[in-house]
Design a protein around this ligand. Sequence first.
Ligand SMILES: Cc1ncc(COP(=O)(O)O)c(C=O)c1O
Length: 379
Amino acid sequence: MKEECKMKIPVYKPLLGEEEIEYVVSAISRGEISGLYGEYIGKFEEEFSHYVGCSYGIAVSSGTAALHLALASLGIKQKDEIVVSSFTNMATFFAVLYQYAKPLPIDIEPDTWNINSALIEEKISERTKAILVAHIYGHPVDMDPVLKIAKKYGLYVIEDCAEAHGATYKGKKVGSLGDVGCFSFYANKIITTGEGGMLTTNNSEIADKARTLKSLAFGANNKFMHQDIGFNYRMTNIQAAIGCAQLKKIDKIIEKKRHIAHYYTENLKDVLGLQLPVEKSYAKNVYWMYHVVVHSENFGFTRDLLMEKLKDHGIETREAFIPYNLQKIFIQKGWVKGNECPVANYIARNGFYLPSSPLLKEKELKYIVNKIKDIKKDH
Ligand SMILES: Cc1ncc(COP(=O)(O)O)c(C=O)c1O
């Protein structure tokens, strides 16, 4: 029998084209290469914040920088406590720790993998200053209960939108729902600038503070009489040039992501023991990555074995995030107990994501779903 040829499918590859090259060349040929000036920085800030539905956008050097800058601009300081969704990239937690504040991890919903708002109130004390939610894998958080709790206790709401550009909650884009939105434009994000990030807000005071702090808090009259202890979190004009080109493609990329997700869901929905991502009635999911959970007792074997076998067939995958409460560095410090967030812990051990690049071809999608089914059948 003819053997099927083995494919090599990376977990992600960005969609870049002629426009990105043209804009970057234009930035370089004008000598506008830093983060202090250049036509693309302001343009990207204006166009992206407009896309999100916010009055202000402050471009920065990474998603992590956006999160830190947001907390610093809100005046979060030592001994303050911040409620944080446990299941996220550790950058979300690091940002809190950079301000010497204390993150309080909250367990997640078993289907969206986002913060379980029913568990927030019991953690709130007079030291709590903010709720930091992450729209994980492109599915928006159920924001109404979060905003209600925030209002009741006078807390800020910060949205980590690193994985959810263009996702909507009840028709409104993420990044415009809380006090501040924080985006990442790392190479595998919905749109990319290579490395980069953006803070979005409708609050002019927060925007002004963030703009000052992001660039060494230079003085308004005498540049070198600094207004504060600032950071250098500037996005360069070269990165912003890529961002402007990417923004033109964002709807097309999201459409492709949703097509990929629908293909996977349609073809994997009958696989016993494999939990697929959801799209709640309040949500538009942008499926940053197509994340699944292997319930091994029904599936027949573990997530790790499935990932290994897919790798043998040239299919790259990535395991789920490891929550804050399972990170050894924090357990050793006595800051957290491993068993604090059982749902997040279960997802961390059994979840992984499939290739999700907008460049994926139909034949590659078909190959991936067939391999999952074959591996399960043959086990
Ligand atoms: C949820 C989340 N928050 C924050 C970040 C950090 O962004 P960056 O890598 O741009 O610093 C990422 C991704 O990298 C992320 O997925």
